[in-house]
Design a protein around this ligand. Structure first.
Ligand code: FPP
Length: 259
């Protein structure tokens, strides 16, 4: 009875291929944001500790990165730890940090080989020394990647990011370096963590929750939002391709009217 499982597996792979081709035939986002939600629920439904959901979530991240490269998406941001996540039990917080350190060691080579440039965005200086060291090493090793820039939002909060930009601008103003009257949106954006990157065309949130939770509030003003019931540990390339097909079918007007 080995035929059943093999047949169903090839069906899934075929399905993925079809959705990849459909996605490639349409408009490809230049930047996709991911709110990776539902790890805890995924684990609890299996009678596992919540932390196992985060471990499984890393596998989804590992699967999605090559899929982004397959599609030709040049920028992606993954919300891994928000400034609000400190409210969680300290064991869970530390598990997440340990996972990041482990991931950075295990995947450094593969990321480099795939041409991924990885950057951490957020208040990284407030993270434990081992996490900062792992990030620093990962950023340094992947700095020449040209296929895909991956921002990992770590200790990231959108309002904090905007406030930080305002404070930096005030300092530049006090130093006589900028003319406030001439400060443009583009110049303001240069003070954000995502300076020099396109705004996300698409933001995907898993697990059925429909909010942005302080994720890229400035950059996401005109992002298309895609919500799926799929929990992050179950999110696979086929789900990404379906989201991109959905995105390509949207009419983006940016406040104007259709031509
Ligand atoms: C939300 O699920 C997920 C997080 C707070 C953490 C996301 C982190 C990962 C997927 C690991 C990333 C790791 C690296 C190495 C970058 P939740 O716990 O809020 O789920 P729930 O809403 O079901 O409780």
């Amino acid at each position: 009875m080995t035929e059943g499982p093999i047949e169903s597996r090839s069906f899934i792979e075929g399905d993925e291929q079809i959705w990849l081709e459909r996605a490639r035939a349409g408009s490809i986002p230049r930047h996709i944001g991911f709110i990776m939600d539902g790890n805890g629920r995924w684990a609890q439904r299996r009678g596992l500790p919540r932390t196992e959901g985060h471990r499984a979530g890393v596998e989804s991240l590992r699967a999605v990165i090559p899929a982004l490269i397959n599609l030709g998406v040049p920028f992606a941001t993954f919300y891994a730890f928000s400034t609000e996540n400190w409210k969680r039990p300290s064991e869970e917080v530390h598990f997440l940090f340990d996972l990041l350190v482990q991931y950075s060691k295990e995947d450094r080579r593969e990321l480099t080989e795939r041409g991924v440039k990885l950057r951490a965005i957020g208040q990284v200086d407030e993270l434990p020394a081992a996490v900062r060291a792992a990030i620093w090493e990962l950023e340094r090793e992947t700095s020449r990647g040209t296929n895909l820039t991956v921002n990992v939002a770590l200790n990231y909060g959108g309002r904090q990011e905007i406030l930080r930009a305002v404070k930096d601008i005030a300092r530049s103003f006090a130093a006589g370096e900028i003319d406030l009257e001439k400060l443009s949106e583009a110049e303001f954006a240069a003070y954000l963590y995502t300076a020099g990157q396109p705004d996300p065309d698409l933001i995907i949130r898993t697990s059925g929750e429909m909010r942005l939770s302080n994720f890229l509030p400035w950059q996401g003003t005109y992002s298309e939002l895609y919500f799926t019931e799929v929990l992050w540990p179950e999110f696979r390339p086929v789900h990404l391709y379906k989201a991109v097909v959905d995105y390509a079918g949207r009419r983006r007007r940016f406040g104007g009217i259709e031509a």
